[in-house]
Design a protein around this ligand. Structure first.
Ligand SMILES: Cc1cc2nc3c(=O)[nH]c(=O)nc-3n(C[C@H](O)[C@H](O)[C@H](O)COP(=O)(O)OP(=O)(O)OC[C@H]3O[C@@H](n4cnc5c(N)ncnc54)[C@H](O)[C@@H]3O)c2cc1C
Length: 554
């Protein structure tokens, strides 16, 4: 398939291109899934409601059937009945994201791959907007192109393949094309297969003409009539921040850092610190005979691990790690003189738990503090303190500190950063951000400062399935502005809403994306407000039960 350059883009870039300066309408920063969805729309592919078959929500169908254009849809009006609907719409994600998600995959919970979309992408080339997509990842795919934790590339995604799919070239089509066989329903693809899909996507849908990979933008400032990007000598009228919230790994305290340089050996325990998915990924990826000491926060009442939401059938490996942690927590409590021992529930063994002699390999240390590290040639003595004050020492070789990741807006200059963050008077601004940092603003408007937009995980909805809404809203404004039809945002900088009580979805992927930013530095555990209560009996059918646990994780 040969790429067809975006007509509007070619025109504008040629008109303004000189060896020293380039100009275009829109620059997208980041080359992850959300940048790809937006670029697809800006190439002139506009979303319309496809009413055959009708959406399973008759009210939504009635609202859309005669006004199918979705680019400038009135999201509040279309979603106002969602809370009372019998369909289980997410109450956590942004309304625009929920709306587009349900239109893209209306019945995914029952049919998955057979689910017929209610979105038709109509090609209207005259609505294309000149733009370029810059990403520091070496290939399209954003955070999927790298593996910042020492976890296997074979680790399966949390989402089913259909929920990772982008417009016009689905994961299932990619699978069929590359493997020559049909994708089985309810496949959780490997991280590697997902990265391969995203790498291929721009080429497959002919948008690769605008992708500039392995390029890091910096020094972005506002000018009189738009923005200037110092690192690349580019001027543009609009900026789209699609840089995500996973670029910076939270670092361990200096005392712990030397432990990471030790070479692991199966006979000596390897130290894993963290309570979320990344820590679990490291444990799952460890060699079969590797001894592991796992330090984690355990506070099921107030800050349950996101692993707790993992159903045994849908996520046997994460449910297995959670069970190991729970066992360790129960046994730590039962040695405490003030607690009565709690019995483990029977019949909870899974293939993952039976895959290794975990009793000999895994030592879980809930709420345990590391108080001293004594380095030797190829190992270290680490001293731990339990909550009751008692201490003990273990010899370890190697460590992974997996307590969370953050994004950075360090590519904006200070005045522009201040506009985007709109700090309260006197509050120190930091470029380091979590999914919550811009959440309040995103609830009001994806245009977080005049002509600056956020899409994807920066909005606080980190799942790919929920990226469509922010991309469609942003595209609507960019296309309107380019064609001179748009409603522009007033010059005044909008103040951020007070910290939103509703938290982002996929809480704690990596465990930690729901802390207010000021807590970021000291975070070393996880939090999930809507954790799935694993003690609840499952009364529904298997699909519904898997789906409901997924919904609760997200
Ligand atoms: C370990 C892990 C597993 C996950 N699993 C799932 C899953 O199963 N399902 C799911 O739906 N979501 C999952 N996610 C959530 C993830 O947020 C989304 O999948 C998706 O990657 C978000 O896309 P994005 O476009 O917002 O940003 P990202 O994919 O994060 O891409 C942003 C890119 O912008 C780059 N960038 C930053 N600054 C600059 C700059 N100045 N110049 C150039 N480039 C820059 C970043 O380095 C990054 O490559 C997972 C996340 C992690 C960390």
């Amino acid at each position: 398939m040969s790429p067809s350059p975006c007509p509007a883009l070619t025109e504008r870039l040629e008109a303004h291109h000189s060896p020293s300066m380039m100009e275009t309408d829109t620059i997208i920063i980041g080359n992850g899934p959300s940048a790809m969805i937006l670029s697809y729309i800006l190439h002139g592919h506009l979303p319309y409601y496809a009413s055959n078959p009708p959406h399973p929500d008759p009210l939504l169908h009635a609202k859309l059937k005669d006004t199918p254009q979705l680019l400038d849809a009135d999201v509040s009006q279309l979603t106002e009945h969602f809370a009372a609907s019998r369909l289980s719409y997410s109450t956590q994600a942004l309304p625009a994201n929920v709306l587009l998600d349900t239109l893209v995959r209306p019945s995914v919970d029952i049919e998955e791959l057979a689910c017929r979309t209610n979105i038709e992408w109509r090609h209207v080339p005259e609505k294309a907007v000149p733009h370029l997509v810059f990403g520091n990842a070496i290939q399209p795919g954003g955070q999927w192109t790298e593996n910042l934790m020492p976890a296997s590339w074979d680790i399966q995604t949390l989402s089913y393949a259909s929920m990772l799919s982008l417009p016009a070239y689905s994961f299932a089509q990619h699978y069929q094309r590359t493997k020559g066989t049909e994708l089985p329903a309810f496949t959780r693809p490997s991280r590697q297969d997902t990265a391969d899909y995203f790498r291929e996507y721009p080429h497959a849908v002919h948008i690769d003409d605008v992708f500039r990979c392995h390029e890091t933008l910096s020094g972005i400032s506002r000018t009189e009539d738009g923005f200037f990007i110092r690192s690349h000598n580019i001027r543009c009228k609009h900026l789209v921040l699609a840089s995500g919230i996973f670029t910076e790994v939270i670092q361990p305290r200096p005392m712990l850092q030397p432990l990471a340089s030790l070479t692991p050996s199966p006979d000596s325990p390897f130290l894993v610190i963290g309570s979320g998915f990344s820590a679990a990924d490291v444990i799952i990826s460890a060699p079969q005979d590797q001894k592991i000491i796992h330090v984690f926060k355990w506070d099921p009442e107030n800050r349950p691990s996101p692993l707790r939401g993992c159903h045994q059938q849908a996520y046997p490996e994460y449910a297995g790690v959670y069970r190991l942690m729970k066992r360790a927590a129960i046994s730590a409590e039962s040695v405490s003189p003030t607690k009565r021992p709690t019995k483990m529930r029977r019949g909870m063994s899974t293939s993952f738990l039976e895959s290794r002699p975990w009793d000999q390999l895994y030592e879980g240390l809930p709420n345990t503090e590391i108080i001293a590290v004594d380095m030797h040639t190829d190992s270290a003595s680490v001293t731990f303190r339990r909550t009751d004050g008692t201490t003990f020492t273990r010899l370890v070789r190697g460590m992974v500190y997996a307590t969370g990741r953050r994004g950075s807006l360090g590519y904006l200059d200070r005045p522009l950063l201040a506009e985007v963050l709109s700090p309260k008077d006197g509050t120190e601004i930091s470029p380091i951000i979590s999914g919550q940092t811009l959440r309040g603003k995103a609830l009001d408007n994806v245009e977080v400062a005049k002509d600056v937009f956020i899409i994807g995980s920066l909005t606080g909805d980190s799942l790919i399935r929920f990226a469509y809404g922010s991309c469609v809203e942003t595209a609507g404004k960019l296309i309107g502005a380019f064609l001179g039809e748009g409603k522009t945002r007033p010059e005044t900088v909008a103040a951020a809403r007070p910290q939103e009580t509703s938290v982002g979805v996929m809480h704690g992927i990596d465990g930690h994306d729901v802390y207010p930013s000021e807590q970021a530095a000291r975070v070393d555990s996880i939090h999930q407000d809507t954790a799935f209560d694993e003690q609840k009996p499952q009364t529904d059918g298997i699909l519904r039960s898997i789906w409901s646990s997924l919904m609760k994780i997200w």
